[in-house]
Design a protein around this ligand. Structure first.
Ligand code: BGC
Length: 720
């Protein structure tokens, strides 16, 4: 009887799967028919008009055939305000949006579920604003801590980037909005980004710089991708046949549109034949763009075939049918309480507790009568600023406002600015002449700290200091912030330092001299509320650093090897695969704070690590389980990080590589059993000789820990 029921259930399940697959094939066949029908009707001139920008963010449609234009828009901080030609605000009153925390903040949550919600909510806002392609997410690897866009990007690790990128893309595209993953590829510095050639070996490209793009395309089916400004091996990314045709379109079977970065196209025939589909840019005479009249002329001259043009049109229409021309699209929404909640949750989970030696945190408000809130970053807003994308936030709660909201009237707040973060450099001004302490502001801060029970000093970067189109010159805290911290700490032993930034800084002196250090980010609309909740203990900090903080810049691989920013417009990635912690661990260099680091108000005890089996075949998944007990008083979220290491490898290997992680909520006093899984194929290295991924047989070590340097349990497995 049981067998019979089971058998008929199996048949029903099969029928359902079959029907679904059949319906999908039918609908994709119908879509193909529609697209080829349109391609037949379009004139060559109409086709060309669809292949280049006709405004700062838009392309032309073909009204005769009911084809709309495509409107793109920037993230990653949120749906950007409408701009006039020339990048000035259109000054509308209808284009405010939710400000989501910056990319490295999202990465610091180590929570792919939040990346999904980020994408989902931004997708809803984009749909409401009729922006069909969101130029999001951006996840170039943090190769140097100086890169001006480190705050926009995610992390130094390809695996962490991949897991977040996949969920961000799923979230956005679930709303019928195309994600545009960027910048493809190896755009890891802003210095000379428009001219520099990145020289790197194939293994480094495949293992470090491509994995998150590959995951976004092959796992999340990203509908568009943005070619980077730079060259790779001497060829501009926007006309690089190896990158765009061989890898992206042939190997990864990318079906969507390759969009140039703005003004990042350099040729007509090469770009058209080598894989670029859509030329974007701002200003100038759009009809003279490489993919406008010159492309028309090149087709007529037989230098670009009609098949190449039709393939591009096919890709564009295919994306349109998923976005602007989708049937039954979801409804758009803007600035909803749910979106604010997402911004809050990301911010709350991103904040990293770096040091809490005196247990000043969480704040004991019972005894607290007065607190000095010091520093420009306590009142600074981060939604706009610098060169590059921002968002006109409907609101942004500053740190000061958040603390005022949460502390109420019972605690007197003595605010002092402490330093001036006003900094309006020319685009390429990377000098550090803004590092001067302001003695008058410091004196006011000292007075405020003296008369308060406690001082919270806000320092760090801001959106002008960290910006697209320029890298920082060094890791020094700007605006005389160090002098401010020193002066305040000297007069108030209960001083908490909160660093607000999107990239590593030199915290050497603060780490040594200050008892209590919190790391926060450009943390979105709910910034101040989330921060106050962490300081007050309503939220137990669970952020973990997405990149290594070096003790000195010269400890970082690109700088140690004098391989940044390059010479004669060439930057050789001499460190190869040893980026970030891979370098520090392999070369046994002590970082200031390591990758994956972060404290909590509670403590976790790890038991032994066990694997499901001791030996695995190449087609299997390794499973590893570790029990984690919350031994403290506060519930908390712990991120278990699983690294692998290959002893006696035939090739150079990093000391360890992140291969899995899981964030779990553990109530006080309870134990969570955390199981992680690693497909054996993910243990492969890319072989430069054969151009293939190779899984070496033999023994592998699994290292489970609370950070890359705090390994709690190890086990070994054999791969057959
Ligand atoms: C940036 C892109 C951005 C584009 C449009 C470029 O300068 O590199 O990330 O999407 O501008 O604003």
């Amino acid at each position: 009887m049981k067998i019979k029921i089971f058998a008929s259930l199996t048949i029903v399940a099969f029928m359902l799967t079959f029907t679904k697959a059949h319906a999908q094939t039918q609908s994709s066949q119908a879509l193909e028919a529609k697209i080829s029908g349109i391609i037949k009707k379009l004139t060559l001139e109409e086709k060309i008009s669809m292949l280049h920008a006709n405004s700062i963010f838009g392309t032309a449609g073909v009204p005769r055939l009911g084809i709309p234009g495509l409107m793109t828009d920037d993230g990653p901080l949120g749906v950007r305000e409408d701009l006039k030609e020339g990048w000035a605000s259109a000054n509308l009153t209808t284009d405010s949006a939710t400000f989501f925390p910056n990319g490295s903040a999202l990465a610091a949550t180590w929570n792919p579920g939040l990346a999904y919600r980020y994408g989902h909510d931004m997708g809803e806002e984009a749909r409401w604003r009729k922006k069909w392609i969101m130029l999001v997410p951006a996840f170039n690897i943090a190769r140097t801590p100086l890169c001006g866009r480190t705050y926009e990007y995610y992390s130094e690790d390809p695996f962490l980037n991949s897991r977040l990128a996949v969920q961000a893309v799923n979230g956005i595209q679930g709303q019928g909005i195309a994600a545009c993953v960027k910048h493809f590829a190896a755009n890891n510095q802003e210095v000379e980004r428009g001219r520099v050639s990145v020289e790197l070996d194939e293994r480094t490209l495949r293992e470090i710089y491509l994995p998150a793009f590959k995951a976004a395309v092959t796992e999340a089916n990203a509908w568009t991708i943005m070619s980077a400004y730079n060259k790779i091996r001497g060829v501009y990314c926007s006309e690089n046949p190896y990158l765009l045709n061989t890898i992206l379109k042939d190997e990864w079977k990318f079906k969507g549109i390759v969009i140039s970065d703005w003004g990042g196209t350099h040729s007509t025939v090469n770009a058209a034949n080598n894989g670029l589909d859509l030329e974007m840019g701002s200003g100038g005479n759009y009809s003279k763009y490489f993919f406008a009249q010159p492309l028309l002329d090149s087709v007529k001259a037989g230098k670009v075939s009609m098949a190449v043009i039709d393939e591009k049109i096919h890709r564009i229409l295919w994306v349109m049918y998923h976005t602007v021309m989708a049937t039954n699209p979801p409804a758009g929404k803007i600035n909803t309480p749910e979106h604010s909640k997402t911004a809050y949750d990301i911010a709350a989970e991103s904040i990293v507790l770096l040091k809490n030696e005196q247990h000043l945190l969480p704040l004991n408000t019972g005894n607290l009568k007065s607190v000095a809130i010091i520093g420009d970053n306590a009142t600074e807003m981060f939604h706009l600023g610098g060169f590059g994308a921002g968002v006109k936030a409907r609101y942004e709660v500053t740190a000061l406002a958040g603390l005022q909201n949460r502390l109420g009237k019972a605690v007197a707040i003595n605010y002092a600015q402490g330093y001036s973060g006003v900094y309006k450099p020319q685009r390429r001004d990377t000098s550090n002449k803004y590092n001067k302490p302001d003695t008058a502001l410091i004196a006011q801060a000292v007075a405020a700290a003296k008369k308060s029970d406690m001082a919270i000093v806000f320092v760090g970067g801001n959106r002008e200091w960290e910006s697209e189109a320029r890298d920082r010159k060094d890791l020094t805290l700007p605006f005389g912030e160090q002098q401010l911290v020193d002066a305040v700490t000297a007069v108030n032993a209960n001083t908490i330092v909160v660093v607000v930034a999107g990239a590593p800084y030199d915290l050497g002196k603060i780490k040594k001299n200050n008892s209590t250090v919190v790391w926060s980010w450009y943390n979105g609309s709910e910034n101040g509320n989330a921060l106050a909740d962490v300081l007050l203990g309503k939220v137990n900090p669970s952020g973990r650093l997405p990149f290594t903080f070096p003790n000195e810049l010269k400890d970082s691989p690109a700088h140690a090897l004098n391989a940044y920013p390059g010479t004669d417009l060439k930057v050789e990635y001499k460190e190869g695969i040893l980026v970030g912690y891979r370098w520090f661990d392999t070369k046994k260099i002590e970082p200031m704070y390591c990758f994956g680091y972060g404290l909590s108000y509670t403590n976790y005890r790890y038991a032994a690590l066990h694997t499901g089996k001791t030996s695995y075949t190449k087609a299997e998944n390794i499973t590893a389980t570790i029990k984690v007990t919350n031994t403290g008083k506060y519930a908390g979220k712990e991120t278990v990080q699983l690294y692998i290491s290959k002893p006696n490898s035939a090739v150079e290997r990093a000391d360890k590589e992140l291969k899995a992680f899981k964030k779990v909520n553990i109530p006080a006093g309870q134990t969570a059993s955390v199981t992680l899984s690693i497909p054996v194929k993910d243990l492969a290295y890319f072989d430069n000789k054969t151009n293939k991924w190779v899984v070496e047989p033999g023994k592998y070590m699994l290292l489970a820990g609370a950070s890359s340097r705090d390994i709690k349990g190890t086990a070994s497995v054999v791969v057959k």
